[in-house]
Design a protein around this ligand. Structure first.
Ligand SMILES: [Zn+2]
Length: 311
């Protein structure tokens, strides 16, 4: 691959050494392809699903892929872009793996990407990231594709995914007790919604993989600092519990004519409190904070856990 035109912004020699594990290989297929174009060449793909006709309009798969596992189809796409890539395929449910199996199979991972519509899977991903002390990113599209979120963590940060999304965990627990699921349906979320979110997520991935290099992506993660919760308003009708949170956080006046849609906010945990996080306590031996998406969830019908996957 000839990286001449991007090597000034992406640390290619570094990113080529990194191992990326992605859980969910449906809607994230174009993200995987684009990270491969950006130099990632060691992949572990996890997804138990088989491609069917409904995946074609929303994901990066083609009719010829129908009947293949998503991981095998994506592996072919990676190899078509970079024949030197190494790809391991795991057509399995990530949540069924024990801690020991995680260590054995994914212990050498440099970055986890969790791109599923399953809360159980995203939550298990947090424990895994903490257990392995490995940077991770969670991507979630909200119901109807009106908005979405990208959450990231690396070991220098206090707040984990659960710290940031504590009330989502509480809402999920209540739903589970009533035999319900808060995992959102896929209806109404198009590939353009998914790819808008994935374009931001992909840049965060480049940042996490090349952090510390003196170029645009190498600086990105430290420029974000503790602003680990990125929320993207995709539709002009995106609201959280009736509130235009994007306008509010950006301090946009009601009369601001250019304000429309496709805006991103990057939020830190405003509380920096001491609420209990059982994941941090269990794995890191201490608990930090009380949750930004958590406080949003309390106010929100949307953000409570209506994340929709990129699968
Ligand atoms: Zn935590």
């Amino acid at each position: 691959m000839q990286f001449d035109r991007i090597e000034n912004v992406i640390d290619i020699p570094t990113i080529q050494t990194k191992v990326v594990t992605i859980v969910g290989a449906g809607g994230s297929a174009p993200l995987i392809e684009n990270l491969t174009r950006s130099g990632v060449q060691h992949w572990k793909l996890v997804d138990p699903d088989i491609i069917s006709g409904v995946n074609i309009p929303r994901q990066g798969h083609a009719p010829d892929d129908i009947g293949l596992t998503k991981v095998d189809a994506v592996a072919q796409k990676i190899r078509a872009i970079n024949p030197a890539a190494t790809v391991e395929c795991y057509p399995i449910d990530f949540t069924t793996l024990s801690d020991e199996e995680i260590h054995e199979v994914f212990g050498e991972t440099d970055l986890f990407i969790f791109a599923t519509d399953s809360f159980a899977c995203q939550a298990r991903g947090n424990i895994v990231a903490l257990l392995l002390n490995t940077p991770a990113i969670w991507i979630g599209l909200y119901a109807g594709g009106l908005g979405g979120e990208v959450v990231f963590w690396h070991p220098d940060l206090d707040c984990c995914y659960r710290c940031l999304c504590s009330s989502r965990y509480e809402a999920q627990q209540k739903a589970n007790e009533q035999g319900e699921s808060l995992d959102p349906p896929s209806q109404g979320a198009t590939i353009f919604d998914i790819q808008l979110l994935d374009s931001i997520a992909g840049q965060i991935c480049l940042g996490l993989l090349t952090r510390g290099t003196d170029n645009r992506f190498g600086k990105l993660i430290d420029q974000l600092g503790t602003r680990q919760f990125l929320q993207v308003g995709i539709s002009p009708e995106f609201r959280v519990n009736g509130n235009d949170v994007i306008r509010k956080h950006l301090g946009i006046d009601e009369n601001c004519q250019p304000y429309f849609a496709w805006n991103t906010i990057a939020l830190s945990d405003p509380a920096k409190g001491n609420d209990y996080c059982s994941d941090c306590d269990k794995v890191r031996g201490h608990s930090f904070t009380q949750g930004i998406a958590g406080s949003m969830c309390l106010r929100s019908g949307v953000n409570k856990s209506k994340t929709e996957s990129t699968t």
